[in-house]
Design a protein around this ligand. Sequence first.
Ligand SMILES: Cc1cc2nc3c(=O)[nH]c(=O)nc-3n(C[C@H](O)[C@H](O)[C@H](O)COP(=O)(O)OP(=O)(O)OC[C@H]3O[C@@H](n4cnc5c(N)ncnc54)[C@H](O)[C@@H]3O)c2cc1C
Length: 474
Amino acid sequence: MNSTSKSEPKSVSSSTIYQVPGLDSHEMDSIAEKTFERYSSKTVKRNGKGISIVWYRNDLRVLDNEALFKAWVSSEAILPVYCIDPRLFETTYCFGFPKTGALRAQFIIECLADLKKNLMKKGLDLLIQRGKPEDILPSLAKAFGAHTVYAHKETCSEELQVERLVTRGLRGVVLSPAQGNSTSSSSTHNPKLELIWGSTMYHLDDLPISISSLPDVYTQFRKSVEAKCAIRGCIRLPKSLGPAPSIDDWGHVPSIEQLGLQSEKATKGMRFLGGETAALSRVSEYFWKKDSLKVYKETRNGMLGPDYSTKFSPWLASGSLSPRFIYEEVKRYEKERLANDSTYWVLFELIWRDYFRFLSIKYGNSIFHLGGPRKAERGWSQEQKLFESWRNGCTGYPLIDANMKELSATGFMSNRGRQIVCSFLVRDMGIDWRMGAEWFETCLLDYDPCSNYGNWTYGAGEFTCAFPFLSIYI
Ligand SMILES: Cc1cc2nc3c(=O)[nH]c(=O)nc-3n(C[C@H](O)[C@H](O)[C@H](O)COP(=O)(O)OP(=O)(O)OC[C@H]3O[C@@H](n4cnc5c(N)ncnc54)[C@H](O)[C@@H]3O)c2cc1C
């Protein structure tokens, strides 16, 4: 988290459009291919029977995907599935904004197209179906006799509820003894949902402290994990993951209109390309090609252009990039080029991301409540006109307006910009912070409930201490 201002915004023309990463498709394909090659294993062995399903959620990647790995090991064939859940396109909880804005929807569409392509290169495919996972997965498990559905574990209530419903649905499916994954299975049984932890840099099971005693001060958490916890190596997969089960219609990647949204494209500022190929390319571009990693600590508080910070967040949120892969790339860079405060600082920021995810387990739904984990009682306004001036970038304060317009136009805002507009909304306008958080939920390409609501409650002073972000006296 950045809390002091050091770097001045560089002058960049407001009509410039940057593609992130700024590489052509040929270069990106070549980077992804080489990275997959570097992370492939010739020694891992498959020892299961039957079919298993990989339920893709916010883990839209092949590299360092433990759910995919476990599914491969425990079966003779894998069926990767993505469900286009209609609930993702409904409205936000309190204020009725679109739950997924068009720019993030477009980013996810690109992630799905790229995942499908990368799985096909590995002898699989991605089955894309519209509907609720709790309806689709049990019905597929039944049709294919799949013994296990593997997926990554989530931590917030909406996602946990879907996990419970999928488990319940699978309990209603009865498989014959022959459809198990072991030769000793002699009676009928149900497919099971196996949830795997894979969204953070430090693994939940390796934390030196229990979740219930997680410190409320970031520095204590960081020092404790840095001193007592190792980061696990990335999971290595074999080159080929086939065969895939025989399916006539694998479904297609939807268009934005099929999701019920109007197409929107960033025409100025930054345009992020979705997908794992772009994610791996961005790491390569930022670390190796532009060598920007070595000055990250000095530039990270910037606000303009693609290279003042890593811009990894949209791919981390969709799971097309693994934080453990970033860690390994930082270590490789430190070995092959240099190690300094900047190389360390990217990891320092990723620990913030881990911290908010673990806090979401500790505090549950209170991170979404007005009083936050502190259960503080304070008077907030929900004045629509004031809120709309903030949301639409019409407050008359250029710094606020420019940041809010960037968010609407591109789906991105710098960390410093987010701190400033958050502070302005809650401190200067006295508006209910949840209105700001829900608007961010709509717009951000990198929206993730833990980081978003964690940072908002933190900024609103509802986490542990009052108003830790910048004060803006305008
Ligand atoms: C009000 C508010 C809301 C936010 N909402 C989100 C959100 O929904 N999703 C999200 O990913 N980030 C959120 N952030 C955190 C942060 O602003 C973004 O992660 C960062 O701006 C992304 O740009 P980057 O990848 O270039 O970051 P870098 O500066 O390059 O940092 C590297 C990575 O570290 C992590 N990181 C850095 N700062 C934070 C932080 N404060 N909290 C959590 N992780 C961090 C991110 O994964 C980021 O990609 C929010 C911050 C604020 C103040």
